[in-house]
Design a protein around this ligand. Structure first.
Ligand SMILES: [Mg+2]
Length: 408
């Protein structure tokens, strides 16, 4: 545990009263290594100096001269590894936009404070803050070559994890989403964002999907035989749907393993490179005719749009996590969440809320009648053998705490 007095904090605000106020709140909490700056240039000088470089910056967005957003750009150039709190008199929507901008730059964002700043709000942010350890250099995500990925496929180093989807009304476990991970012999656990795009670009995505599908179907069969009727969802990108062989592959694998199509969900995301829409439309329609479930994934984000809803007979709509977590308290998110939910209902689709992270998110889903929930509040992705034990614990948890209204 780092002493509070050893943590370097920089406050940047053009308003001298705010500087004093924030510094006083911090000092009362034992944060005494605080530097105040009323302009961006002085603040950058602090960042540039090895001995004064702050661990945490409280940043005002609206300043004459260099504003907060511009200041963030300079922090990025300097590869700032500390954390940031945004402070502003702007409305919440503006603050959220700024927050996303900061996160897009991969700077750790602790949160935002609306002016007038409340003592408790700042303290709440500080108590959840884990100062970045100087021992741990920021991890640069390694990119893998097509050859390494080919090897991983051939040597069977890809492992399916499964994240539960549960009924919001009854708590019943309806199914799981398959999420592939790479158990790398040297690097340990490698996540899909480090290899899927390379696989797509090098024509390996079909081999990869075939492997994930066949393992997921075999696993669904094992659960079935153990008495767990779970729908198993697999992610497919539009790239998978470029060749008419795909439907034969899916239907063939399901028949081989003895899995009924209505126990399979294909979660579809549009790929960056749009190929021939007619081919993918034909594949999806034929799979749907065979009673496979189709799900529109990450609904509302760039590649998952209303046009797709119009063109493809989806059974399920997954509301992107970016519109679910914290929608209970953020008006903009709430409107988008409500609209997506209404869209699903009116088009007779099952609505799945992704990114359910806490009790407040869960309670919102209960109040609004969302069909299914998925997220870390329910369970993180698990290994296949962990699922039966988790179901047992979950069902108890549902009965004892989650079906009753929250106390606050
Ligand atoms: Mg998905």
């Amino acid at each position: 545990m780092v002493e509070r007095s050893a943590i370097k904090i920089l406050i940047l605000d053009d308003d001298p009263f705010m500087l004093k106020l924030l510094a006083r709140i911090l000092a009362n909490q034992g944060f005494t290594a605080v530097v105040c700056c009323d302009n961006g240039r002085d603040a950058l000088a602090q960042v540039d100096n090895e001995t004064t470089r702050p661990d945490l910056i409280l940043l005002d967005l609206n300043m004459p001269g260099m504003d907060g957003i511009e200041f963030v750009r300079y922090l990025v150039e300097r590869q700032f590894t500390g954390s940031l709190i945004l402070v502003s008199g702007e409305d919440m929507r503006m603050l959220r936009t700024a927050e996303r901008l900061v996160q897009a730059h991969k700077i750790h964002m602790l949160g935002y404070l609306q002016k007038p700043v409340k003592n408790e709000a700042l303290l709440a942010l500080l108590t959840q803050w884990v100062p970045p350890s100087p021992m741990k250099p920021s991890v640069v995500k390694k990119k893998y070559s097509a050859e390494e990925i080919r090897l991983a496929i051939n040597e069977d180093n890809l492992v399916n994890y499964y994240q539960p989807k549960v009924s919001v009304a009854s708590g019943a476990v309806i199914g799981v989403e398959t999420l592939v991970r790479w158990h790398h012999p040297q690097d340990g656990l490698v996540f899909p964002d480090q290899f899927i795009s390379v696989a797509e670009a090098h024509g390996l995505i079909n081999d990869l999907t075939r492997l994930v599908l066949s393992k997921a179907f075999a696993q669904a069969r094992i659960w079935q035989q153990a008495g767990f009727e779970l729908r198993v969802a697999v992610n497919v990108s539009m790239d998978n749907l470029a060749s008419l062989d795909f439907q034969d592959l899916v239907a063939g694998l399901a028949a081989e393993t003895g899995i009924s199509p209505n126990k399979v969900v294909l979660e579809v995301t549009e790929s960056q490179l749009m190929g021939d829409m007619r081919v993918s439309l034909e594949i999806l329609t034929r799979l749907r005719l065979k009673r496979f479930h189709l799900s529109i994934d990450d609904f509302g984000t760039g590649h998952s749009s209303l046009a797709q809803l119009r063109d493809i007979p989806f059974d399920e709509l997954k509301i992107d996590q970016g519109f679910v977590h914290r929608a209970w308290k953020d008006e903009t998110l709430r409107v988008i969440y409500d609209t997506s939910l209404a869209l699903a209902k009116q088009l007779n689709m099952e609505a799945v809320a992704e990114g359910v992270e806490d009790r407040d998110d869960w309670d919102l889903l209960r109040r609004t009648g969302c069909d299914l929930a998925q997220g870390n509040f329910i369970s993180k992705p698990l290994l296949a053998e962990e699922i039966p034990g988790w179901i047992e614990v979950w069902l108890k948890r549902v009965q004892t705490e989650l079906m009753i209204a929250s106390s606050n």
